[in-house]
Design a protein around this ligand. Structure first.
Ligand SMILES: CC(C)(COP(=O)(O)OP(=O)(O)OC[C@H]1O[C@@H](n2cnc3c(N)ncnc32)[C@H](O)[C@@H]1OP(=O)(O)O)[C@@H](O)C(=O)NCCC(=O)NCCS
Length: 271
């Protein structure tokens, strides 16, 4: 079956806009039959349960997102046709039946949940999109002072003045998350100084849960979106102004998901 480049290449994702899918650890298949050999090889080099669990969870979200976009089933054999691979700098790309798919993907996970964002074609040097998931966890004054810029610090302080400790934590994590999303678009991740990009958040979300944000990277600015679902904060950044992503069929509801840290029960992997 040729469900790869021909049917679902640049045109399909370009026309259809962005789409997102969340999934939890509960749907990650047991065993490795749903992975391609290169994914298994990378997994085999991971000793710590946290890294393994997160790697598998992100693969699961990415493969399910691609399957949902292509109308493929999500059994293990079908997921094994879809590979979530990484360029040398770490940025993910997709192969379907061993062929490079012509659309961009961004992956993230936090506390037992992962999200995949799929959109128009990017390149290894210049992505089109980035996504980042965080939880509204406590962040210290030192964290805010060290990693955020002065205008971002002022906004976080304003949120505490208006909404108390949760306002501070949500704002600090939201800014942090949007920085990571933009640095994923740039394909650099946290190799870059987090203060090299400045985030402005429109604090009121729309009826569909998405609120606007803008990340100023000096030479270029990245429009983006944020949302809060229960304990989880999700941000995304794009190269060009794009409507918020549509949820894909089969996506988990982050609003009812409880943050988990399953790896703690068994921190070191013993095959
Ligand atoms: C990108 C980065 C900020 C994300 O870290 P994080 O918030 O802890 O983790 P998230 O779950 O949100 O995102 C992880 C995913 O980001 C993506 N990613 C990693 N590096 C990326 C990059 N340079 N550009 C775009 N996306 C990247 C990957 O898909 C990764 O998941 P995968 O390895 O399973 O495919 C971090 O991985 C980073 O700074 N990477 C670059 C530096 C580095 O250490 N690279 C090592 C690999 S060569």
């Amino acid at each position: 079956m040729d469900a790869g480049r021909g049917e679902f290449g640049r045109g399909e994702f370009g026309r259809g806009g962005l789409r997102w899918l969340a999934c939890g650890e509960d749907v990650v298949p047991a065993g490795e039959g749903w992975l391609v050999p290169r994914e298994r090889e990378r997994l085999s080099r991971m000793r710590f349960t946290k890294r393994r669990t997160e790697y598998l969870l992100r693969r699961c979200a990415g493969k399910r997102a691609v399957a949902a976009s292509l109308g493929l089933p999500t059994d293990e054999a079908s997921l094994a046709r879809i590979a979530m691979l990484n360029a040398p700098g770490g940025a993910p790309y997709v192969e379907i039946d061993g062929q490079r798919a012509d659309f961009d993907i961004s992956l993230t996970d936090r506390a037992g949940q992962a999200v995949a964002l799929v959109g128009p074609s990017g390149s290894m040097a210049a992505g089109t999109l980035g996504i980042d998931l965080e939880i509204a966890e406590p962040r210290s004054a030192g964290f805010v002072a060290d990693f955020l810029t002065p205008p971002e610090q002022r906004w976080v302080a304003d949120q505490r003045a208006a909404h108390g400790a949760d306002g501070w934590d949500a704002a600090a994590n939201l800014i942090w998350s949007a920085k990571e999303a933009a640095l994923k678009v740039l394909r650099v991740g946290l190799r870059a100084d987090t203060r090299s990009v400045v985030v402005t958040v429109h604090p009121v979300a729309r009826a569909d849960g998405w609120g606007e944000l803008l990340i100023d990277g000096g030479a270029q600015a990245f429009p983006g979106w944020w949302r809060r679902d229960g304990a989880f904060l999700l941000t995304l950044a794009t190269r060009t102004l794009t409507p918020p992503p549509a949820p894909m069929p089969g996506s988990a509801d982050l609003g009812v998901a409880i943050p988990t840290h399953s790896w703690m029960a068994n921190p070191v992997h013993r095959p």
